[in-house]
Design a protein around this ligand. Structure first.
Ligand SMILES: NC(=O)c1ccc[n+]([C@@H]2O[C@H](COP(=O)([O-])OP(=O)(O)OC[C@H]3O[C@@H](n4cnc5c(N)ncnc54)[C@H](O)[C@@H]3O)[C@@H](O)[C@H]2O)c1
Length: 302
């Protein structure tokens, strides 16, 4: 049984991870300011510390306790949220990282992102050159803060695992992401809106992402891993088509916008490294994951 600490643990990925850790018999402490996460998503029997990671007080007790596995997940997430609060995006990531590295832990996980690849080739391995398409675009701050965090974890000199998430989705992920937006547009009887119907993404269902995190953390060496599901890349047009079929609304119209600066057209992860070191392969097909997600949004579990 491990003592685990989740910074930003009430969010979409954090709460699913907390539920799994409790199921597996570990003790769980969650720190979150609930700016986006929700208390009712968290499992019973865990300790919850309501705190903003940018403030100093909350970590004093935790510094003396120590923990086995620390997960640094706090962040401003979702392109619209980042674009409307770029400085807060920087602050939350940097403070969360410094706090995570200050609290004693046998091993630490850092939630990084596919955004660090910028205009890298469509299926980047963890070692390709990273790039920032436009340093002045507000969304650049998200990738740059994550890269800064990665470097801090790598050079701290203690065991770490960095997971670069690629489009994790599922029930209860809020509304500021493409799949929930399409679900809600279908449920509200609105046209589906997409900036670029030809853009290609690969989506990873939340249960697979949680499994990948746990398997990645169990690797005895310190590693950087892509975490995602490359098996079913789709254009936005095909994604809308699948959701329309699931919703039984094949005729729903679509409106198109335009690409924002710094928007990568194709992004599909390469997860060979994680597979080679753990045997991890994603299990949930895109149609199955979309059906579960659509059903949850229909039941208003968003
Ligand atoms: N979901 C994805 O596909 C994806 C992709 C790439 C990276 N990530 C990274 O994974 C992590 C988790 O993402 P998520 O999808 O669960 O997002 P989320 O927004 O659901 O979770 C982030 C959590 O951080 C908390 N938080 C924000 N500011 C805080 C602060 N100042 N103090 C304390 N808590 C604070 C929020 O309340 C929320 O519960 C994030 O760091 C994100 O950047 C996620």
């Amino acid at each position: 049984m491990k003592r685990t600490l989740l910074l930003g643990g009430a969010g979409f990925i954090g709460s699913a991870l907390a539920r799994r850790l409790v199921e597996d018999g570990h003790t769980v402490t969650v720190v979150d300011d609930f700016s986006r996460g929700a208390r009712d998503r968290l499992p019973a029997g865990i300790r919850v510390i309501p705190a903003d990671v940018r403030t100093p007080g909350w970590r004093i007790g935790l510094r003396n306790e120590g923990t086995d596995w620390l997960f640094c997940l706090a962040g401003v997430v979702g392109v619209p949220n980042v674009e409307s609060a770029p400085f807060r995006t920087w602050e939350v990531t940097t403070h969360a990282v410094m706090a995570a590295l200050e609290i004693p832990a046998a091993k630490r996980f850092f939630a990084s992102t596919s955004e660090v690849y910028g205009y890298a080739p469509p299926a980047p391995s963890e070692r390709v050159a990273v790039s920032v398409p436009d340093v002045l675009a507000p969304r650049a701050v998200y990738a740059l803060a994550k890269l800064w965090g990665e470097q801090a974890f790598i050079h701290r000199g203690e065991p770490y695992c960095i997971g670069r998430f690629h489009n994790v989705y599922g029930p209860a992920m809020g509304i500021d992401h493409v799949i929930p937006r399409f679900c809600l547009q279908l449920l509200n009887g609105e046209p589906l809106h997409v900036d670029d119907p030809t853009a290609i993404r690969a989506f990873c269902y939340i249960d697979d992402a949680v499994e990948a995190i746990l398997q990645a953390m169990a690797v005895p060496t310190s590693e950087v891993f892509n975490i995602g599901n490359p098996t079913e890349p789709v254009t936005m047009e095909a994604l809308m088509g699948r959701l329309k079929r699931i919703a039984g609304q094949a005729e729903r119209p679509v409106t198109e916008g335009h690409n924002k600066p710094g928007f990568p057209r194709v992004r599909v992860p390469e997860i060979a490294r994680l597979w080679l070191m753990t045997g991890f392969t994603p299990k949930v097909s895109l149609d199955e994951g979309l059906a579960r997600t659509y059903a949850a949004y229909r039941r208003k579990e968003a």
